[in-house]
Structure formats: structure tokens, C-alpha cells
Design a protein around this ligand. Structure first.
Ligand code: PLP
Length: 396
């Protein structure tokens, strides 16, 4: 069956009423016929019919058996970390998502779970960094914001020899472009806040595993700690998954055009997009992803915060905001936004320069997106002052 047909067919018609849209079971609890005798649902933290459908849909989409839905991507990450014990060590991709960096280094460090960062684009670095304490390898591919691509299959092969779990944050690629379980990963994770939600209106996190043992452990932690996704938010993600494939394919087609345009501009110092031959991981990306995705990052020749701020305040279609993956194009300046809490020296060492700008290429017409970026690049050459913030009156 064609993948889009399979996705639509995986979302069931309601057997009770025939409702084509999935019903929202907005309930916290369920009537029991006798103590412990129920229809598979007793309390919504443990199980909810709307959430269950989402969990089944994402499991099918990732080619796994067990799916779990959480209140945010970070709640899903937190659930995976809770598989570990004091003394365990995590090996993680160096360009890790900022929120995951914070969780590992400030919250879990004090419980004796340590984390080591390596450049996972070379699997040899992973092999060399493994110690008897290593229990989890944490990958993101492509990464945020530098679009580093790691060879998932090569790394999971190494991990299997040492009995180490591999979790892949698949947020940027989406299950349409990349299926980490098929490449040997044990757990795949999504911030469904991004492409799966797709409309910048909901926070959600998802986990999928193909192992029943891991699935049970994660489900136990999910229920024990309670960071579950609400029924309405589960419904929003299910609805968005119906259009996921056509959305991300259009996003990627636009991003390719935008990246090719940026490549021609003299104001750009470095351009990061795995769909360009100049990207150092172009071949790996081509091998393991169907399409390169729709995040494009770049730094400016004039590599200063000031010129980046000038650029990000000059665009109109690309709106200045954190987050990504929605229908509307967004852009952000990591140095003063997502990566603000990281000391400058460490940030620069990691490759996030003062002028780095990250684009989330949306679904507007690519020609309009390019015109918007073009006028913002042109604006770098005039000397108009940078906008000052004006608080909205109702909030002051
Ligand atoms: C946004 C994001 C997260 C965190 O997800 P939230 O839903 O914001 O908690 C994790 N990983 C990546 C790659 C992300 O972009």
C-alpha cells in the first residue's frame, strides 16, 4: 500500500458511531463493571482512547510496535532518561537540542547520570568514547541548528556490540523521511510540537520502540511519572498526521530552492543544508533520508550579532520566533534565542557563530520566500537602525 494511503488507513473510523474524525474522549476516568473489570481503560493517566489511537498511529508510522504520547518532547526525553540508573553514562551528539542539553547537564547530573558529547558524524568517535558505564547513545539527525547528519546504521551496529541502547531524536527528519528503527535504533523520539503537529498550535512528544520489553518499561515510567498528552492535544496531532506526508514534502521542496538561492549570495559565509552537495554529510543524508528536510541555517560574512539581528528583523514572511515545522516560515537567531544560556566560547566551539540564523522553511510559495530573504539580505547593506521592541499595551 502507498504510504499516504497506509497513514490514512491507520487512523480508525469510530466503531461505535461511524464518526470519520477520531472522537475526543475528554474524560479522566471510566466506569468499572466491578472492581478491576473494565474495557481496558481505568484512568486517563494510564490510558485514554484518543491518546491510544495516536500512540498506535505513530508506532505504525515509525515501523515499530509500541508508541507513547507525552505532554511535550522534553517529557518524552525525560521518560527515556529514567530508564537509566545512577552511575550510568550517556554518549550524545555534540550539537544536541538545547533543552535536552539542559535536562542532562543540570537536572540529571545531580542524580549521578553523566553525559559525554561527541561529534557523532564520525562513528569512530562514538566507538572510541564508549566505556563500561555507557548505557545510552543519544542521536539527533539532522541536528539543531547545524544540520549535522550521523550514520545511524553504523552507530547502532557499534552500540549492539556493547549492549548499549540507542535513542534517535527524529524530529527534524520526521518518519516520512527517516525511519531510525529500521536503521537499528531501539527508541525513536519526536517533538511532535514541530512537523507532526505542523501548525504551531500544540506541544507534544512521542516515543516509539519495536521491543515489547522496552515498551513496557517506558509505559510504566509514563504512567508512574504522569507527563501524558491530553486528549484534545492527541486529537490535534492525529489530525495533523493525516497531512504530514504532503506537508513535509512541500516543506522540503521549498527548502531546497531557498538553500540553492542562498548559495548564490555573497552576504552568506557558511550555509548548512544536507540537500546541498557542499554539505559535509550530503552522502550519508542521501543514503538514510528520503529528503533532506526543511531547516536551513547560515552565518553571515559580517559574522556579528548585530548584522544577524538586522537580518532577522527585516524579513516579513519569515517571522522571528522560536520553534519550527509549522506551515508558516519562521526564523531565529540561536546566539540570542535558543542558545542564549550557553556560554559564548562553548557556543562558538560548537559552531554556533554570532551571526548564525536558522530558517524553518514553511509552506508559502518558494518564490515569495526567496524574495523575502533577498530583500532582508539587501537591507544588510543599508545603515537603517535596528528595531527596538515595543511591548503590546494590553500586557504592560
Ligand atoms: C523542540 C525540540 C525538542 C523538545 O520538544 P518540546 O516539544 O519543545 O518539549 C526536542 N528535540 C528537538 C530536535 C526539538 O526541535
Amino acid at each position: 500500500m502507498n504510504e499516504l494511503t497506509a497513514i490514512l488507513e491507520s487512523i480508525p473510523v469510530d466503531p461505535l458511531t461511524g464518526s470519520i474524525a477520531v472522537p475526543i474522549y475528554q474524560t479522566s476516568t471510566y466506569r468499572q463493571e466491578a472492581p478491576g473489570v473494565n474495557k481496558g481503560f481505568d484512568y486517563t493517566r494510564t490510558n485514554n482512547p484518543t491518546r491510544k489511537i495516536l500512540e498506535n498511529v505513530i508506532a505504525a508510522l515509525e515501523g515499530g510496535k509500541n508508541g507513547l504520547a507525552f505532554a511535550s518532547g522534553l517529557a518524552a526525553i525525560d521518560c527515556v532518561v529514567k530508564l537509566l540508573e545512577t552511575g550510568d553514562e550517556v554518549l550524545a551528539v555534540d550539537d544536541i537540542y538545547g533543552g535536552a542539553f539542559r535536562l542532562f547537564t543540570t537536572v540529571y547530573n545531580k542524580f549521578g547520570i553523566t553525559i559525554k558529547f561527541v561529534d557523532t558524524t564520525d562513528p569512530e568517535n562514538v566507538r572510541k568514547a564508549i566505556t563500561p558505564k555507557t548505557k545510552l547513545i543519544w542521536l539527533e539527525s539532522p541536528t539543531n541548528p547545524l544540520l549535522k547528519v550521523s550514520d545511524i546504521k553504523k552507530i547502532t551496529d557499534i552500540a549492539k556490540k556493547h549492549n548499549i541502547l540507542v535513542c534517535v531524536d527524529n524530529t527534524f527528519a520526521t518518519p516520512i523521511f527517516q525511519k531510525p528503527l529500521k536503521l537499528g535504533a531501539d527508541i525513536v523520539l519526536h517533538s511532535a510540537t514541530k512537523y507532526l503537529g505542523g501548525h504551531t498550535d500544540v506541544l507534544a512528544g512521542l516515543l516509539v520502540t519495536d521491543s515489547d520489553e522496552l515498551g513496557e518499561k517506558l509505559k510504566y515510567i509514563q504512567n508512574a511519572t504522569g507527563g501524558v498528552l491530553a486528549p484534545f492535544d492527541s486529537w490535534l496531532i492525529i489530525r495533523s498526521i493525516e497531512t504530514l506526508k504532503i506537508r513535509v514534502e512541500q516543506h522540503a521542496a521549498n527548502a531546497q530552492k531557498v538553500a540553492e538561492f542562498l548559495e548564490t549570495r555573497p552576504e552568506i559565509k557558511k550555509l548548512y543544508y544536507p540537500g546541498l552537495k557542499s554539505h559535509p554529510n550530503y552522502e550519508v543524508a542521501k543514503k538514510q533520508q528520503k529528503l533532506p528536510g526543511s531547516i536551513v541555517s547560515f552565518s553571515l560574512k559580517e559574522d556579528t550579532e548585530e548584522s544577524a539581528i538586522k537580518f532577522v528583523t527585516s524579513t516579513k514572511i519569515f517571522k522571528l520566533a522560536e520553534s519550527l515545522g509549522g506551515a508558516k516560515s519562521l526564523l531565529c537567531h540561536p546566539a540570542t534565542m535558543t542558545h542564549k544560556s550557553i556560554p559564548r566560547e562553548r557556543r562558538l566551539l560548537g559552531g554556533v557563530s554570532d551571526s548564525l540564523i536558522r530558517l524553518s522553511v514553511g509552506l508559502e510559495d518558494a518564490e515569495d520566500q526567496i524574495k523575502d530573504l533577498e530583500q532582508a539580505l539587501n537591507a544588510l547593506n543599508n545603515s537603517a537602525p535596528v528595531n527596538k521592541s515595543v511591548p503590546l499595551e494590553i500586557y504592560v
